[in-house]
Design a protein around this ligand. Structure first.
Ligand SMILES: *Cc1c(COP(=O)(O)O)cnc(C)c1O
Length: 383
């Protein structure tokens, strides 16, 4: 009987060893409950790292996007422009607020929001007399969107930008950290992200007053009174002190994690890049990707296999991989929503969905494990 090989995960948590000190401290001080000194310190340390004036630690990145949209006044029937190539958490908060998403295609250089598609969407909105309340621009797979032209277009129309940097902690755009470029930035510390608190998120901004409001809403909107008094609707969105301790331990090694993920990417590229029909997510000249996930592209016309064939072959060897995010304009939930493409009649994101494949990319991925992944792919492709 063949013993099953140990499973290789797409992006598992990778502890630094510092987490325990912080957790022990929380336990020693009996500070297990929500909020506490680790939460304050984690917010300070993350804001400093990203280069913003403030941060609010939350129970998830989704909560961060939700609070940002509410801060920007998104309400019933309001239009919000969103990157189409993303995880649904970028868009669900638009629905929480009763808003209407309109989807924007990717551009080939970064796979992120296409400035020309964005321009088209604004022209359409202007004609309809219904400008969006906000734009949600995503930094996909750890790579920055081309934020300068995006911000330029949004400023022309006076529309604020939420930068969904959930996947992009540690990445940069023209020397600035991802998450610091829009009016609000959002990070996720979900279990599969580049650093994790097991679950959690952060809303960041230079607008400290707005963050104060977000903090208020995130703690059930409790008024300043001796008794429990509420004048506004709130949420239970704050991060616990224990989890913030894990986050502090993780943040200490973020630069090492980015360096390691980039190495993993490079190794795949060197080992597989020579195969005709194989490609990799490009790194746009304007920034440094954190290479959260290595994304490979498979040209079915040149190869005898599709991304799904590879996913199945990898699964057969107990290796986790997955397709590129299915674009939001193709989701049944968003049937009937408007969508603007990069070029007339050509949807870049559809093509990326069709040919993209995310490979195991964890910073703890051992060299022998990566060899196993590469071996399976070469075998399937006959390289
Ligand atoms: C993970 C992720 C989120 C949401 O983060 P959670 O912490 O899981 O709520 C939002 N946007 C993108 C692009 C993500 O990858």
């Amino acid at each position: 009987m063949k013993a099953e090989k140990p499973r290789i995960y797409l992006s598992p948590p990778h502890l630094s060893g510092y987490e325990e000190e912080y957790i022990k401290q929380a336990f020693r001080d009996n500070w297990i409950a929500p909020l506490g000194p680790h939460v304050d310190a984690f917010e300070r340390e993350l804001a400093e790292y990203v280069g913003v004036k403030g941060a609010v630690a939350l129970s998830s990145g989704t909560a961060g996007i939700h609070l940002a949209l509410r801060l920007l006044g998104v309400g019933k029937g309001d239009v919000v422009f969103c990157s189409t190539l993303t995880f649904i958490a970028s868009v669900n908060p638009v629905l929480y607020q009763g808003g209407v998403p309109v989807f924007i295609d990717s551009e080939p250089a970064s796979w992120n929001m296409s400035p020309s598609a964005l321009r088209k969407a604004f022209k359409w909105a202007e004609r309809k007399g219904r400008l969006p309340k906000a734009v949600v621009a995503v930094d996909l797979y750890g790579q920055s969107a081309d934020m300068e032209p995006i911000l330029q277009i949004c400023r022309e129309y006076g529309v604020p930008v939420v930068e969904d940097a959930a996947e992009a902690l540690g990445a940069t755009y023209k020397g600035k950290k991802c998450g610091s470029l829009g009016d609000f930035g959002v990070f996720s510390f979900n279990g599969n992200k580049i650093i994790t608190t097991s679950g959690g998120g952060m809303l960041v901004s230079d607008d400290v007053k707005a963050l104060e409001k977000a903090r208020f809403w995130a703690t059930q909107a409790r008024d300043r009174a001796v008794w429990y008094q509420h004048s506004e609707m709130g949420y239970n969105y704050r991060m616990s002190n224990v989890l913030a301790g894990i986050g502090r331990g993780q943040l200490r090694v973020i630069e090492e994690r980015v360096a390691r993920r980039r190495e993993v990417f490079l190794r795949y590229q060197q080992a597989l890049g020579d195969i005709e029909g194989i490609g990799f997510m490009p790194e746009a000249s304007f920034g440094r990707s954190n290479r959260w996930l290595t994304v490979m592209t498979v040209d079915e016309e040149k190869l005898s296999a599709s991304p799904l064939d590879l996913i199945n072959a990898l699964e057969g060897e107990n290796i986790e991989s997955r397709p590129v995010w299915k674009p939001m304009h193709l989701q049944p939930l968003f049937a009937g929503c408007e969508y603007f493409t990069h070029e007339d009649g050509v949807s870049i994101s559809d093509g990326l969905f069709k040919k993209g494949l995310c490979l195991p990319s964890g910073s703890s991925l051992a060299e022998e494990e990566q060899e196993r992944v590469i071996g399976v792919i070469r075998k399937v492709l006959g390289g």
